[in-house]
Design a protein around this ligand. Structure first.
Ligand code: NAD
Ligand code: UDP
Length: 377
């Protein structure tokens, strides 16, 4: 069954890739975004990549429940994917009230609007951070939850709010997808993640070090109980993650009842990789060794995070396809194009034939040779 889907935060990193996969699967999509952490150029590229134009943009804030309800009614939305929110752990520690206000108000607003408009299907962006430091590895959805920072606590609180809402609204169905570590970019190189300022996460940091924007990668500790002492994570290609959303929403659209009105489902690969393994794989993708130095542990980090993804397979027949090499290759391909674009001062083309032509100009040049070392700061 094809649906009309609202993606809040659909212009962001995960939302844009998911919008592409929804369009490719034949759904129509309305994006609601206030562009606080994204831009219109990325939205313009979505129909080019998807080869489909059934996507509209509403510029606005999810905390405005009247606006959300109006969008739901006007566009006769069948299901909502709620991506919009803030996501930086360190910022949430520095300013917890901002995170409680924005993330929780946003979720309450979306749920209220869904209730008022009679829209009963929701996919929510949760996170593996809700497992804290898990005893059980790989980690199943039944593992105990805990939060070690305000950002993680907002995810747990919102999951609880959805639980209560699902009990109170007859026929309401939700899936909270607990993402492990989304990385990489679309293989076209047209959309990906370009963090503003200093990256917190490993992949964008390595990409910037490879690009010459950073001098080297700081490895946060090599004395963990892992194969080489560096932290291990379950990295998942962004396109696999996006397809997990399509599978989940199609599951909701095709079922009117489920014995659990609010499911929590892991999206990970079940394969772990250490920091050094990622660094070496990224170095193979870009064709030169990315410089690094070993430093102390980062406060609050766990040694290992690893998904048991079997529930997603059982429930909506989803399993990831792409390996670490592909994640690194696609991430680097996107990073290189961003640098080329910044260095040439060009904006992205908006016509399909220009995109194809531009694509063909990709080459193996080390971007640091292009100068502009602070371009991404
Ligand atoms: P992102 O910042 O790239 O995308 C979020 C989008 O939401 C942006 O386009 C932003 O402009 C928009 N937005 C923010 N506040 C808004 C508001 N009040 N109204 C309207 N639009 C608003 O982040 P992402 O990486 O795509 O993450 C999407 C969701 O997934 C977030 O909820 C995040 O917490 C969650 N998540 C992300 C990761 C990850 O590693 N990226 C991991 C686990 C969970
Ligand atoms: N990491 C690192 N250097 C960095 C960023 C991250 O060594 O600049 C390590 C971090 O300690 C962890 C892994 O890389 O072991 C993944 O970190 P990330 O922040 O990407 O994900 P998270 O820890 O939130 O799962």
């Amino acid at each position: 069954m094809k649906g009309r889907i609202l993606t809040t935060g659909g212009a962001g990193y995960i939302g844009s890739h998911t919008t592409v996969e929804l369009l490719k699967a034949g759904h129509s999509v309305i994006i609601l975004d206030n562009f606080e952490n994204s831009d219109r150029d990325r939205v313009a590229r979505i129909p080019l990549i998807a080869g489909a134009a059934d996507v509209r943009l509403v510029e606005g804030d999810v905390r405005d429940a009247h606006l959300v309800a109006d969008v739901l009614k006007r566009h006769e939305i069948d299901a909502v994917m709620h991506f919009a929110g803030k996501k930086a752990v360190s910022e949430s520690v520095a300013d917890p009230l901002l995170y409680y206000h924005d993330n929780i108000t946003g979720a309450v607003s979306v749920l209220s609007a869904m209730r008022d408009a009679g829209c009963k299907k929701l996919i929510f962006s949760s996170s593996a951070t809700v497992y804290g430091d898990p005893d059980m590895l790989p980690t199943r959805e039944t593992a105990p939850t805990s939060a070690s920072n305000p950002y993680g606590r907002t995810k747990l609180i919102i999951e609880d709010i959805i639980d209560d809402t699902a009990v109170s609204l007859n026929g309401f169905q939700a899936i909270s997808l607990r993402y492990f570590n989304p990385v990489g970019a679309h293989s076209s190189g047209l959309i990906g993640e370009c963090p503003r300022g200093l990256p917190n996460n490993l992949f964008p940091y390595i990409a910037q070090a490879a690009a010459g924007v950073r001098d080297y990668v700081h490895i946060h500790g090599n004395d963990y109980e892992t194969s080489d002492g560096t932290g291990s994570r379950d990295y998942i290609h962004i396109v696999d993650l996006a397809r997990g959303h399509v599978a989940a929403v199609e599951h909701l659209l095709s079922t009117s009842t489920d014995h659990a009105p609010h499911r929590k489902v892991n999206l990970g690969t079940g394969q772990g990789h250490t920091v050094l393994e990622v660094l070496h794989a990224f170095s193979r993708a870009c064709g030169f060794q990315v410089p690094y130095r070993i430093g102390p542990r980062r406060p609050g980090d766990v040694a290992t995070s690893l998904a048991d993804p079997s529930l997603a397979l059982a429930l909506f027949d989803w399993k990831p396809q792409f390996d670490l090499e592909k994640m690194c290759w696609d991430h680097w391909n996107f990073q290189k194009r961003e640098l080329d674009k910044l260095n040439s001062g060009m904006r992205m083309p908006h016509l399909m034939h220009d995109v194809v032509a531009d694509h063909a100009t990709l080459n193996g040049t080390h971007p640091s040779a292009l100068g502009n070392r602070d371009a991404l700061n």
